[in-house]
Ligand binder design. Sequence first.
Ligand code: 4FN
Length: 258
Amino acid sequence: MKFIFITIFPEQIEAASDHSILKRAKDAGIIEISCINPRDFTTDKHRSVDDSPFGGGAGMVFKPQPLVDAIRKAKEVLPYAKVIALCPGGTTLKQSMVVNYAKNAQDMILVCGHYEGFDERIFNWVDEKLSIGDYVVTGGELPALVLVDAVSRFIPGVLGKAESAAEDSFATGLLEYPQYTRPEIFEGLQVPEVLRNGDHAKIAAWRLKKSLIATYHLRKDLLTAEQLDMLEGRLHPKMSKTQRRFWEEVRSELNEEH
Ligand code: 4FN
């Protein structure tokens, strides 16, 4: 999968993608990352990519011509790529979208903003607007890198076997269960008994229970309607004895906590 960043700060992209998962994926030839700098498409002697806004007001606006010329150049390199502008008004990126981008494996041209934003007319050259969340950032580079990092993890071969171990389908999308490593007692704090006795079925049930409880407390919005029903005692009539037992245990632990 190939990614072209349209950015006036290519060093930021190169530095951030020269470590960890992204570096490994690039070295293995699974992903390709390159940059096209709108400043290289300016025609004035100061090579300016910003100008003051029509209608007045503070701040500057990204000029359309250098940006659109850079997008055109990127399209020559990757004609089948999707052009994505990172901007606060875009669809908020979700893990389900990340998984779909990786599955479709369509190359991406990532347009990174600066100043107060883009000249509105550039969106005629954009297929999709994406946001990574609701906070002010100084440019689109970090959001674009977040997208590429998240998508790359789902491209076959990017993660090692240990990292990609398939998760229980019911547990994916939930918060993490508590994790522990050596030593068994740290500053008087012991690792839960269930994790030390090696009963794999019990451990899996304990972890799912802990994930559900953490998600219920911290991020109810991440639960499916079905999971919320079970957690709040609206049990399905057609449920096995084991399932019923499991949900009753989760509920009693939830109630013990407060
Ligand atoms: N940000 C907000 C409202 C108004 C402006 C901003 C803001 C970078 C060029 C856009 C922001 C957030 C998530 C890109 C923020 C993102 C950006 C993103 C982004 C410089 C103009 C700007 C209401 C969200 C707080 C600056 C809210 N995901 N303007 O940050 O590009 O991708």
